[in-house]
Design a binder for this molecule. Structure first.
Ligand code: SAH
Length: 219
């Protein structure tokens, strides 16, 4: 087997895409969005070498950029359409936001750390994304002025059913979120039945940082 150090960025990316496919991320549009998003631009310098490993990595403010497989799985589960307006809670590095922006019409994204928000905004600018709207605030409250949304993705773990967010979903919309209080949570998909109710599916176990109340006081 070739030594990892000899691998080019292309080889690493190709290997990552193969790994995602083998784990069940099969939607070509989702795979293509991942393939065309330079993950190394979203990680701190210290971790750039590991950007194409299928693992979560630390970012500023004690947060994490999600594992590519989980990003693929969640994006696929959200069944995003090109015409959709999507709300994302937990901008973090902006990696998941960028992938959503390639698959939808507009992405509204909320982050409770100013530093992360500013860094993510700079990346969106560099990448030339024109359909991402950012907000510094408590994502637990959603974005009432822009509701209802076709799709909602929560990338931090809610301790309970995210009622305020479900209330901002269109009747046939889909929300994907990790739910649970402990270190391991259940990734759930809520699909609106058009009559105010939801079909709820548990997709897999995941490990996310918690969805915290209010905005961060520190930068
Ligand atoms: N999607 C991100 C992963 C982010 S980790 C990426 O691709 O990099 C989860 C993020 O949710 C963290 O940045 C954290 O600060 C944020 N977060 C936690 N609680 C929040 C809240 N109530 N409102 C907004 N963002 C929140």
């Amino acid at each position: 087997m070739a030594k990892k150090d000899d691998d080019t960025a292309e080889t690493r990316l190709a290997r990552l895409i193969l790994a995602l496919r083998s784990q069940g991320v099969s939607d070509p549009a989702v795979l293509s969005a991942i393939e065309t998003t330079p993950r190394e631009s979203f990680t701190p310098d210290l971790f750039k070498e590991r950007a194409f490993e299928d693992s979560a990595l630390p970012i500023a403010c004690g947060q994490t950029i999600s594992q590519p497989f989980i990003v693929g799985l969640m994006t696929q589960a959200l069944k995003v359409d090109k015409r959709d307006r999507v709300l994302e809670i937990g901008t973090g590095s902006g990696y998941q936001t960028t992938i959503l922006s390639k698959l939808s019409r507009l992405v509204y994204t909320v982050e409770r750390y100013r530093t992360l928000m500013r860094e993510a905004e700079a990346r969106f600018k560099t990448l030339g994304l024109t359909n991402v709207i950012t907000r510094f605030g408590d994502g637990g409250e959603g974005w009432p002025e822009q509701a209802p949304f076709d799709r909602i993705m929560v990338t931090a773990a809610a301790s309970d059913e995210p009622k305020a967010l479900l209330g901002q979903l269109k009747p046939n919309g889909i929300l994907v979120a990790p739910i649970g209080k402990g270190p391991v949570q259940s990734l759930r998909r809520y699909t609106g039945d058009g009559k105010g109710g939801f079909e709820i599916e548990a997709l897999t176990d995941v490990r996310f940082v918690p969805l915290l109340d209010g905005v961060a006081k520190e930068l």
